[in-house]
Design a protein around this ligand. Structure first.
Ligand code: ATP
Length: 326
């Protein structure tokens, strides 16, 4: 039996628009999503904004009904056996929402524990255990409004763990955290899987995160799973290619014009006034290509700040599978 099994999940949203003439537009958020997660595994659903990650999480957490397909947690159907599924899962959809800010971490956990049906000594024991597990025992009596985002992320994990669920389902568990807090949360997740035997399903748009903590990763794009495997297996999809990166500022069109002539796969991200190009060069040609790119870009008044050859990562798998170029 799989810990989680999703088969051909389809989900449509209806979106209303127009003030005078009301129109209803349909968004196909999931177009037949299929995957399995094994017991004790850290499994990552990786994809860009709007790919369908949260929708998938909500369906397997029994929060949202699928329009088609089916999903099971520990063999129980998320639609027809939702109560059973809820006993088996600990869910966190946001690292900071849903807490009572004037109450302490401990009081919040007491409140959520009571809602879960835990009582008395058993509840106190569970609270002490999860606070220690996530490393919040020393600040447990401080009001949550005094917690950093990293501490709230740990409290969200503690809340999800209260009833000792077999499966943890976490939507973007490190979103917005600084690198140190994010690292601490990632270490916690790996510890929960390896030492406590939990099955952990996370969504992330952070390729680095998926690569370092997940046993297996599914890449989702426009509501479809486009690749699935261990990070190592996925990286085999880009054997023969080496990523080169150019960062700078100047007209994005200049980069686009030049890069298109190479016929290679690439992505261009513009953040603030900085532009970052990542391009998959055939191995052996990366240095020559990088030198050629830099000189063409400089001649088009693009100011190059950094240019380097990098180690292949899951980002390159993503570029290979969904980006422009050939
Ligand atoms: N309640 C809703 N009503 C209408 N459309 C929605 C709703 N929720 C999500 N969508 C749309 O469904 C698609 C998938 O959204 P979803 O939130 O599952 O993606 P995501 O991968 O979690 O993205 P993000 O990282 O931005 O949260 C997107 O096009 C989104 O705009």
């Amino acid at each position: 039996m799989h810990a989680i099994e999703a088969k051909n999940l389809v989900k449509r949203y209806r979106r209303k628009s127009g003030l005078v003439r009301r129109r209803v537009r349909e968004v196909l958020a999931l177009r037949g999503v299929t995957f399995t997660v094994e017991k004790g595994e850290v499994f990552g659903l990786l994809g860009p904004n709007g790919a369908g990650k949260t929708t998938t999480v909500k369906i397997i957490s029994t929060i949202l009904l699928p329009d088609d397909g089916e999903a099971r947690v520990m063999g129980h159907d998320v639609v027809t056996e939702a109560d059973e599924v809820r006993k088996l899962i600990g869910v966190s959809l946001s690292v900071e929402r849903g807490f009572w800010y004037v109450m302490s971490g401990r009081e919040n956990l007491t409140y959520f524990g009571l809602l879960r049906g835990l009582r008395g000594a058993e509840l106190q024991q569970r609270i002490d255990h999860v606070l220690k597990l996530v490393g919040l025992d020393r600040v447990a009596d401080k009001p949550v409004e005094e917690y950093s985002l990293g501490m709230k992320a740990k409290l969200a994990l503690a809340r999800a763990l209260l009833h000792d669920p077999e499966v943890l389902i976490l939507d973007e568990p490190t979103l917005g955290l600084d690198p140190t807090a994010a690292r601490r949360v990632r270490e916690l997740l790996v510890m929960l899987a390896k030492e406590e035997g939990k099955t952990i399903f996370i969504t992330t748009h952070n390729m680095y995160e998926a690569e370092i903590i997940c046993d297996r990763v599914a890449i989702i794009h426009s509501g479809r799973i486009i690749a699935i495997g261990t990070p190592h297996e996925l990286k085999r999809l880009i054997i023969g290619y080496v990523p080169v990166v150019v960062v700078g500022w100047g007209p994005t069109e200049a980069i686009e014009d030049i890069v298109k002539t190479t016929g290679l796969r690439y992505t261009i991200d513009a953040r603030g006034d900085r532009v970052r190009l990542r391009l998959l060069a055939p191995s052996g040609e990366e240095e020559k290509l990088l030198a050629r790119l830099v000189s063409s870009l400089v001649s088009r008044r693009f100011h190059v700040i950094e240019a380097r050859v990098e180690e292949p990562s899951l980002e390159d798998v993503f570029i290979k599978l969904v980006s422009s170029g050939s």
